[in-house]
Design a protein around this ligand. Structure first.
Ligand code: CO
Length: 226
């Protein structure tokens, strides 16, 4: 693979701007008017996972949160701020959790390599592996075991989105975006939609709703008294 030098990055930028302006002289003026992206993309930090390239999307279409092994952590204030902003202020229609095969975070979780704080970060994935150990260990090759854990991880992170307070709030208000679980196969460039069923997580009654209902009962407010 050919890598650009740091100077080339700036030259590439100028060339790209020239190219864009040749096609549409108002492109950057329009871009600077603000953003209303339809998609929130939660992906891995892996340098190969620039989803814009793989989906042919333009600046302004994907709101992005990336971390190692595309995790939805309920205690990560960075992620929770991104999620809340995307849902409440940007009004995204779709949330995409996109994992990938050949993921270093997944390898660390599955094989328990000790390389520092990354071990702590991927521990929830290690837990997923331990839950599904029998199924994963039965697969014949290392690659298949890693790929399966990558898929299981995506499903778990989709589920985690439904555990967040903001998602429960907008589900209650029937304004929730759709959530999708994808895996990108770097060896083919193709995205696989895992078609994760989310209905079962949308129906959970959460403590927040119980509090709403209790409050409504006390206030005798029929809007909440369901
Ligand atoms: Co990765």
């Amino acid at each position: 693979m050919k890598y650009n030098s740091i100077d080339e990055l700036l030259r590439n930028n100028q060339a790209w701007v020239t190219e864009k302006l040749a096609l549409d002289p108002t492109y950057f003026q329009e871009l600077s008017n603000g953003q209303t992206p339809p998609f929130l993309y939660i992906g891995c930090s892996d340098s190969r996972l620039a989803l814009t390239r793989f989906t042919g999307t333009e600046p302004g279409e994907l709101f992005v949160h990336r971390n190692i092994a595309n995790q939805v952590s309920l205690t990560d204030i960075n992620f929770l701020a991104v999620l809340e902003y995307a849902i409440l202020h940007l009004g995204v229609e779709h949330i995409i959790v996109c994992g990938h095969y050949d993921c270093g975070g997944i390898k660390t979780a599955l094989e328990g390599r000790t390389i520092g704080i990354l071990d702590n970060w991927v521990n929830p994935i290690r837990e997923l592996y331990l839950q599904k150990q029998e199924e994963i260990d039965a697969l014949p090759t290392r690659e298949e075991r890693l790929n399966r854990l990558a898929e299981i991880n995506v499903v778990a992170q989709v589920k985690n989105i439904y555990q967040t307070s903001i998602m429960r709030q907008v589900l209650y208000e029937r304004k929730a975006p759709m959530v999708h679980g994808w895996v990108l196969d770097i060896s083919t460039g193709l995205i696989k939609d895992l078609n994760v069923l989310t209905k079962q997580w949308q129906l959970h009654t959460c403590p927040l709703l119980l509090e709403f209902r209790l409050y409504a009962m006390l206030k005798n407010d029929s809007n909440f008294g369901i």
